[in-house]
Design a protein around this ligand. Structure first.
Ligand SMILES: Cc1cc2nc3c(=O)[nH]c(=O)nc-3n(C[C@H](O)[C@H](O)[C@H](O)COP(=O)(O)O)c2cc1C
Length: 343
């Protein structure tokens, strides 16, 4: 319930850049993955997994909001539609130090639809506007919305514009648009990320029609070349699955999109830099396997990468496993032969 006694404790900080973002992904963009992602790129804006307002208010708030300060800039994604609850949770986001609070209007799961959470809210623009307005009132953080280009039965251009205009009128300035509709009956969430066709041109058109709004494009983006193409038409790109399965790509983000040096020189360096955090998590009773599942992609395509993954899969789940298991896995990576010095 709204609790006005919660005083904001975070400093007013400049709004983070959304030029390159990693998407919110349930069970994937956990604190462990985000820590690795941050070691690879200082500038990428990271999003948490979605947490529902109900879970935050009635559940273990501390557990849902736990993150390491190293993860900043970091956005909290909320699922919900009750304005009072959203306001309360937006205040919590600020209190816990997040840089942005984002509302999920894209998730097609049945479980959330029953509670008026996610993509079904695209059919209720006024409800979303009410929630957004309450969140803006409650916090100094930027309030953003992640949505689809439509839902089945409500998939016209005019309906998309009505949604964006209604929510923008409530004060939302940033829209992260997954460039496909969601089909609310008959497709699983996974199918809803692949089957409805991508319509990037609709997202470009939104930016043309509403040039003052910040429009971030999402869905099916894999390469930096694609990102640069999208950036010619939009303000930012958000990558989900590709960034998770191939996290090393993130090491190229700061040079490619921000003109800054990469924070690490090698995958090994990044992983070793994560050791103190992993040890701290192990000391807290976290199982190694819960951490290593999020680093599986780091050596994708490298000689020995498969053996690295196999070693972790077979050993990280054994009782008492610690950093030595990661060291053993690292030893499976074969370095390319060093260049011979010219004679
Ligand atoms: C495992 C998984 C979990 C996801 N969970 C969320 C979520 O919690 N909130 C959300 O807005 N989108 C969620 N998504 C959707 C992604 O944020 C993104 O919109 C979608 O995957 C399309 O982008 P991509 O093609 O770059 O992966 C999830 C996607 C995946 C693969």
């Amino acid at each position: 319930m709204p609790d006005s006694s919660i005083a904001p404790i975070s400093q007013s900080v400049p709004e983070p850049s959304r030029r390159f973002c990693v998407a919110p992904m349930m069970d994937w963009t956990t604190p462990h993955f985000r820590y690795l992602a941050r070691l690879l790129s200082r500038r990428t804006l990271l999003y948490t997994e979605m947490v529902t307002t109900g879970a935050l208010i009635h559940g273990d708030t501390e557990r849902f909001l736990r993150h390491d300060p190293l993860e900043y800039p970091l956005a909290l994604q909320l699922g919900g539609s009750d304005a009072g609850e959203l306001a309360h949770c937006a205040r919590l986001a600020q209190q816990y130090g997040f840089d942005e609070v984002n509302l999920n209007v894209g998730c097609p799961s049945d479980r959330v639809q029953n509670n008026m959470i996610g993509a079904c809210l695209m059919g209720h623009p006024a409800k979303v506007a009410e929630g957004v307005s309450a969140m803006i009132e409650a916090t100094e953080l930027p309030v953003t919305v992640k949505h689809r280009i439509g839902i089945n039965g409500r998939e016209s251009w005019d309906e998309l514009c009505e949604f964006v205009e209604t929510v923008a009128a409530a004060g939302c300035k940033t829209f992260i648009v997954h460039a496909r509709i969601a089909i609310l009956e008959g497709l699983s969430p996974k199918e809803n990320r692949d089957i409805p066709p991508l319509k990037y041109d609709w997202v470009y058109r939104l930016k043309q029609q509403y040039p003052k709004l910040e429009i971030i494009i999402n869905g099916g983006i894999k390469t930096f070349d694609e990102c640069h193409d999208h950036l010619a038409h939009t303000d930012g790109v958000m990558l989900g699955r590709e960034a998770y399965h191939n996290p090393w790509m993130l090491a190229g983000v700061d040079p490619a999109f921000f003109g800054e040096a990469a924070p690490v020189a090698s995958r090994q360096e990044a992983l070793r830099a994560m050791f103190p955090f992993i040890q701290q998590e192990l000391d807290r009773g976290v199982y190694l396997t819960h951490i290593t599942r999020h680093i599986m992609g780091l050596f994708l395509g490298m000689p020995g990468g498969r053996q690295f993954r196999r070693h972790l899969s077979e050993n990280a789940n054994k009782p008492g496993s610690g950093l030595e298991v990661i060291e053993q896995a690292l030893a499976k990576i074969r370095q390319p032969a060093p260049d011979t010095a010219p004679a």
